[in-house]
Write a protein that binds this ligand. Sequence first.
Ligand code: GLN
Length: 476
Amino acid sequence: MSLTETSAFEIAAEVRAGRLRAVDVLDAHLANVAARESEIHAFNTVTADEARRSAEAVDAAVAAGRDPGPLAGVPIALKDNMCTRGVPTTCSSKILDGWKPPYDATVVELVANAGAVVVGKTNLDEFAMGSSTENSAFGPTFNPHDVTRVAGGSSGGSAAAVAARFASISLGSDTGGSIRQPAALCGVVGVKPTYGTVSRRGLVAFASSLDQIGPFSHDVRDSALLLEVISGHDPLDSTSIPQPSLQLLSELDRGVKGLRIGRITDLPGGSEPEVDERLSEAFDALAAAGATIVDVELPSMKFGLTAYYLVAPAEASSNLARYDGVRYGMRVEASDTNAMYMATRAAGFGDEVKRRIMLGTYALSAGYYDAYYGKALKVRRLISDDFARAYEKADVLVTPTSPIVAFPVGSKVDDPLSMYLCDVFTIPTNLAGHPAMSVPFGTGAHGLPVGVQVLAPTLGEAVMFRVAAELERGAR
Ligand code: GLN
């Protein structure tokens, strides 16, 4: 098996044992970057020199009898909205042009301390707003399975980097589906953990009450490994849950016998027929493995998109107020300060970001606050209540991740509403703060990957990974 097809789990075990060199693992991945990055565009920055230095440090540690950690020598890609000290962090926006963070995000420190080798910063929809990575100021990321199609978004670069084996694993952020949807479209595993289990310190904020960082990988075990490394309490993030890191690797072989798997009977329709077929095969596989399938209702799920497109833009409008031409990145000079603010923001932000800022500012404005933002918060509560009722009957819920497979580049850019609909099954999770993950499960139209989503209640990652591991076995 080639070094780029070896799992992160196995790479780390071999490197720690001194049987494999981190520099050779890195070179194999960089060779793939050299061969295909020009047609995929997964990266905004490839940090080859820094990566070589950290791979050499890992090998030197092993040679000196020290243990580099659970991700020893594993090449990892980071979404370009996570702060990396001295390395440009752009959020794929012109407005951050030239900005280099003075510190590393907590997750970046954690993966580096675990021995991982950072190969680069990946492309995204500008400020993580989108579902196709076409809203990047630097141009789209293309799907490694078919380069005429999108990789999904907003973490499209992180999904494509793993799918194309430019990196063994990667990190993305998920505010309404931005890890799970591109994972589904690129045929890899993607996990959105419980809100508060992974530190957001150093993640550039989009919608702070929804944003979570999580892993991408080829298999469920590698996501479990990476999530064990990045989870845990961070006193520097006030929303971080004060509890130790998640223990997941020990759950993967426990099977699903006796578990209750919820099928949502009033799931919003409109999925491609092949996606529905894979979903019913997923239920069959879980039933065959000893789980009980139970029907549950989630009547408020259909309001998720509407509530999200008030809450997320409202938070974005205040988070993005800081890009004023004074503190970060670009400035367009003008006759006075107000004119400078306006000229900088007009030139620095793309259309989708401007659309969100205007929607959010409107929803929060005096006279509309109660009717829009306040009402959206009530719907958010209804969705949480519906989930709570469903989880009295079921241990986890299973849905498609995306209603459709990867779509052609350009096919939705002029129709924001149809783009928003990509996230109909992923958004409710973020509103509730729950964990959910996408697992590859066969193919749909045009032979493209389909992902099945496993949803669990707050801090239900252990049971979620058990079911995901079973789905992975069932998909083979
Ligand atoms: N696609 C959704 C949006 O555009 C979700 C994005 C995300 O999760 N960051 O807002």
